[in-house]
Design a protein around this ligand. Structure first.
Ligand SMILES: Nc1nc2c(ncn2[C@@H]2O[C@H](COP(=O)(O)OP(=O)(O)O)[C@@H](O)[C@H]2O)c(=O)[nH]1
Ligand SMILES: [Mg+2]
Length: 399
C-alpha cells in the first residue's frame, strides 16, 4: 500500500549505489551493465516534521522511526534494471523494464553527471549528461506513442453507429488503451484540448500524436533527476552548465552523491559518526584513522556545499514536490493516546480529503464517516475538505 519510487536510468550511473545508500541493503554494485537483473525493492524513508511535539507527546511509530523530531515514513524504493536505447522496441530488458517502471508512482532518474559513462553505460570521458536526460524522455515518449497509436487504430476501426449521437468519444478508447499509465478519459480530454487539438484523431498529424504522447507521459510519470557522482569535479562542471541551460528548465535536478550517503550511513552504523539522513552536517564521535578523517572531511565539504548528500532530498522531492503527495497523522482531539501516541503517519495523494483519509484507514471507517476533527484547532472538518500536509485528524464515525 505504500508509495513506490522507481530508480531509473542507463546502466552504471549509480542506481544500485543510490538504492543501497537509501535502504542500506546489500545489492551487488559494480560498473557492469545489468548487474541488477530483477528490480530490487527496498524500504526507504521520507522525513517530515513530527507532529507529536506540538501535542507534548512522544511518538511511538508503528512503521518507520522518529529521530530528533523528524518522522521517517516508509516508502518503497525500486531499483529498476538499466535502460538502454531502444527499450521501447524490446532491446535490453526492454518491455520488462517498462512494465516495472509503470508500477512506480514517481521516478528518480539517476544520471551520471561525471560524464564517465557513455549512453550504453560503458566507461568513457566527457559524455554530456544532457544526452541521457533526452534519451530517457525520448524512450518513454516513444513507448507512450506506440500505445497511443494502437488506441487510435482501435478507435478508427470501430463501428460508430447510425446516429450522430451514438459515437463513442475517442477519449474513452484511449483511456482504455492507456489505462496502465493510470490515466482516465477526463485527463485525456483535458490534455487533447490543452494542446489545441480537436477530439478527432483524423485531424492529428504525426507531430500532434507525438505531442500528445509526450504530454501524457509528463503528467503520468512525474520525475526528478538525481545528478549523481557530484563528488567528482567533472560532475560539478556539468551541473553548472545544465542548470543554467534554459532548455533544461523543465527539470527538477537534485545534486547527489550516493557514495557520500553510503559512507556516512556506514560510519554511523559503526558508531564513528552521528549522522541523520538528509542532514547537511554530522559529528565525528568515534576513533578514526587519518585516512578516514580526511575522507569524512571531504564529505563534510560536499554536504555543506549541496545541503546534504542529495539521496534523501531526491526521494523527498520526488514524493512531495513532483508527485505532490502529503502525510496525515491519525489523531485524537480529546488527547486520548491510550493506544500509543502518533503511531501512524500515512502518505496520501495531495488532493486527499477527510473522507479519503477515512477510507484509507479502513473501508468501514470510510463508510461510517460523519466528520473529521482537526486536532490542532479542534474544528470540525467536512468529508470533502482537502487535508493539509501534516494534518492531524480524528475521524468520527457512526459506528
Ligand atoms: N564517484 C562516484 N561514483 C559512484 C557514485 N555512485 C555510484 N558510483 C559508481 O558508479 C559505478 C556504477 O554503480 P552502480 O550502483 O552499480 O550503478 P547502476 O548500474 O546504475 O546500478 C560503480 O563503480 C559505483 O561505485 C557516486 O555517488 N560517486
Ligand atoms: Mg545496478
Amino acid at each position: 500500500m505504500s508509495y513506490k519510487i522507481g530508480l531509473v536510468g542507463k546502466p552504471s550511473v549509480g542506481k544500485s549505489s543510490f538504492f543501497n545508500a537509501a535502504t542500506m541493503n546489500d545489492v551487488p554494485e559494480g560498473a557492469y551493465p545489468f548487474t541488477t537483473i530483477d528490480p530490487s525493492v527496498g524500504e526507504a524513508y521520507v522525513g517530515v516534521d513530527c507532529a507529536a511535539p506540538e501535542f507534548d507527546e512522544e511518538c511511538e511509530p508503528n512503521h518507520g522511526f522518529c529521530d530528533d523530531d523528524t518522522r521517517f515514513v516508509p516508502v518503497q524504493l525500486v531499483d529498476v534494471a538499466g535502460l538502454i536505447p531502444g527499450a521501447h522496441e524490446g532491446k535490453g530488458l526492454g518491455n520488462q523494464f517498462l512494465t516495472d517502471l509503470n508500477e512506480a508512482d514517481v521516478l528518480v532518474h539517476v544520471v551520471d553527471f561525471s560524464g564517465e559513462t557513455d549512453i550504453e553505460g560503458e566507461p568513457t570521458e566527457g559524455h554530456d549528461p544532457r544526452e541521457d536526460v533526452d534519451f530517457l524522455e525520448d524512450e518513454l515518449d516513444q513507448w507512450y506513442l506506440g500505445v497511443l497509436e494502437k488506441g487510435i487504430e482501435k478507435f478508427e476501426s470501430m463501428y460508430q453507429g447510425p446516429n450522430p449521437g451514438d459515437e463513442i468519444g475517442v477519449e474513452h478508447v484511449l483511456a482504455e488503451q492507456l489505462s496502465a499509465f493510470r490515466t482516465n478519459k477526463d485527463e485525456i480530454k483535458r490534455v487533447v484540448l490543452s494542446l489545441d487539438l480537436e477530439l478527432d484523431p483524423e485531424t492529428w498529424d504525426a507531430d500532434d500524436r507525438f505531442a500528445l504522447a509526450r504530454e501524457m507521459r509528463k503528467r503520468t510519470k512525474p520525475m526528478v533527476i538525481a545528478a549523481n557522482k557530484m563528488d567528482t569535479p567533472a560532475a560539478k562542471e556539468n551541473y553548472e552548465e545544465i542548470t543554467s541551460d534554459p532548455e533544461y528548465d523543465h527539470l527538477t535536478i537534485v545534486p547527489t552523491s550516493a557514495h557520500a550517503e553510503k559512507s556516512l550511513k556506514k560510519a554511523a552504523e559503526s558508531g564513528v559518526v552521528d549522522y541523520r539522513q538528509g542532514e547537511a552536517d554530522f559529528d565525528v564521535v568515534g576513533d578514526v584513522s587519518d585516512e578516514q578523517a580526511a575522507g569524512l572531511e571531504a564529505i563534510r565539504e560536499f554536504v555543506a556545499e549541496f545541503d546534504g548528500t542529495g539521496v534523501q532530498q531526491a526521494i523527498e522531492t520526488a514524493l512531495f514536490e513532483e508527485l505532490d503527495a502529503k502525510v496525515v497523522f491519525p489523531g485524537s482531539a480529546s488527547g486520548d493516546w491510550s493506544k500509543g501516541p502518533f503511531r501512524d503517519c500515512f502518505v496520501l495523494p495531495g488532493d486527499a480529503t477527510a473522507e479519503d483519509f477515512a477510507y484509507h484507514l479502513h473501508s468501514d471507517i470510510g463508510d461510517g464517516f460523519l466528520h473529521g476533527i482537526d486536532c490542532r484547532s479542534r474544528r470540525q472538518v467536512g468529508a470533502d475538505t482537502e487535508l493539509e500536509h501534516r494534518a492531524v485528524l480524528e475521524v468520527v464515525t457512526t459506528g
